[in-house]
Design a protein around this ligand. Structure first.
Ligand code: CMC
Length: 427
């Protein structure tokens, strides 16, 4: 046996193997602990627990590093495209030119939705939150595409992956159009992934729509920045749902539901609301005091893993400036509030001691608003981008021979066994 960790428990010494990754912390393999000691480990929120083995994404939170299949996020965001990153996440390597052409064709020709699927949207109230529509509509995909729900079949797994990456922008744009009360716009095969999504979101029958290359490239970069983030809450949810053998469409719907929470994907909407609430630079000190008094949190700040600047936030800040310049909004008062708030927080001992830095959501809200999306759509856009990460992680889990159904244990602190008492005899 290589390196081991010893644990003394109930008068016994148990030796546990230590597993080594290619990079990152070692992992103590506790799989035999319960059999040998009658003890579980306790780790709410998985702060020290690796739930799986993965080759997709690596984060060094202390150094602010994020790698997809080994490639730094900054390089991918600047030099690659979202669809190429999708291929990389799914297949493990960057595609050759021929592989990319085939992949792009596969995605492009899966963007349409089954005609009957459109009736689904009409069932929702007009004022339904687009994330509520997304959760319901994506879950319904398994009712339409039965021929790609057999998780045992590698070909069906790949078809379902292509379908979801391709159809998610179409569903998201429909959720937006329905929310706005505008007619649905169908996908066009000659457009790029980001261009198509912007057209389906913003074009109306009353006038021609023309793509803006700066905004299209910003949209594509935003998708890249959100494509995957190793074992975050929604990805763990997808893996957990998939561990029972549930079909991929149902698993992704579970991920979308988890993403909606304000501590996860809902944070960009909350971060923008916070900037609007602060409103002007002179109100920042009062707001920061409220954070220190623990009345609320600084949204778009802090991260479970990053205890240094989130590398995605660096790219997002740059993208934010590019978009605001392009739409002629570089004097946006919210941008001033954001920049000043960031400066104050980065120099304040309260935030320094707790290693609280801006995360990707701090600047994404302002950027998405400048692109024309209302706050309700922000998490939807996150879901569109994260779909590839979820599906790549789901696929990796299904193909992992060590995969088991997710079934955590617990530390039980409730009542011990007792006898039932009839209601007329209860004191
Ligand atoms: N504002 C003020 N204080 C904070 C914040 C914040 N945003 N985040 C953490 N803290 C404090 C917290 O009060 C605690 O202080 P103390 O030790 O004195 O009690 C300390 O920092 C550690 O907090 P924690 O809750 O134990 O940290 P966590 O790792 O469980 O939480 C987090 C991570 C992302 C949920 C949290 O930082 C947060 O709520 N941030 C705001 C929401 C947000 O921006 N989320 C988006 C994350 S990035 C996108 C994504 O991947 O989904």
């Amino acid at each position: 046996m290589g390196e081991t960790a010893k644990i003394d428990i109930s008068g016994k010494t148990i030796e546990l193997p230590v597993l080594k990754g290619t990079v990152g912390p070692d992992v103590v393999d506790i799989r035999k602990l319960y059999a040998e000691s009658d003890a579980f480990t306790y780790d709410p929120g998985f702060t020290s627990t690796a739930s799986c083995e993965s080759k997709i994404t690596f984060i060094d939170g202390d150094k602010g590093i994020l790698l997809h299949r080994g490639y730094p996020i900054g390089q991918l965001a600047e030099q690659s495209s979202f669809l190429e990153v999708c291929y990389l996440l799914l297949h493990g390597e960057l595609p050759t030119a021929a592989q990319f052409t085939e992949f792009e064709h596969n995605i492009t020709y899966h963007t349409m939705l089954h005609d009957q699927f459109d009736r689904f949207f009409q069932g929702f109230r007009r004022d339904a939150h687009p994330m509520a529509i997304m959760t319901g509509a994506v879950g319904a995909l398994s009712a339409f595409y039965h021929d790609s729900t057999n998780v045992e079949d590698p070909e069906q797994r790949m078809i379902s992956a292509h379908r979801m990456i391709a159809k998610m922008p179409t569903i998201a744009a429909r959720a937006f159009k329905y929310f706005r009360g505008q007619p649905f716009v169908h996908p066009r095969n000659e457009l790029s992934y980001a261009e198509n999504f912007l057209k389906m979101s913003f074009s109306v029958p009353a006038e021609d729509w023309k793509a803006n290359p700066v905004l299209t490239s910003a949209m594509d970069r935003i998708f890249i920045l959100h494509a995957d983030h190793e074992q975050n809450a929604s990805t763990s949810t997808v893996r957990s749902a998939g561990s029972s053998g549930a079909n991929p469409f149902a698993c992704i719907a579970a991920g979308i539901a988890c993403l909606w929470g304000p501590a996860h994907g809902g944070a960009n909407e909350e971060a923008l609301n916070m900037l609007i609430e602060i409103g002007t630079v002179d109100r920042i000190p009062e707001y920061v005091q409220g954070v220190k008094d623990r009345r609320y949190r600084l949204m778009g700040f802090g991260h479970r893993v990053y205890k240094n600047y989130d590398p995605r936030a660096t790219v997002m800040q740059k993208t934010c400036h590019e978009v605001l310049d392009e739409v002629g909004d570089s004097d946006d008062p919210l941008l001033k509030v954001a920049m000043e708030l960031e400066k104050i927080a980065l120099n304040d001992p309260y935030f320094i001691e707790r290693k609280l830095y801006p995360n990707v959501d701090f600047y994404s809200g302002i950027t998405l608003r400048a692109l024309g999306f209302p706050a309700e759509m922000f998490t939807v856009l996150f879901a569109v981008a994260r779909t590839v990460g979820w599906i790549a992680q789901w696929k990796e889990m299904i193909e992992d021979p060590a995969q088991k159904i997710s079934r955590p244990r617990q530390l039980y602190t409730g009542a011990t066994q007792r006898d039932y008492v009839a209601v007329n005899k209860r004191g």
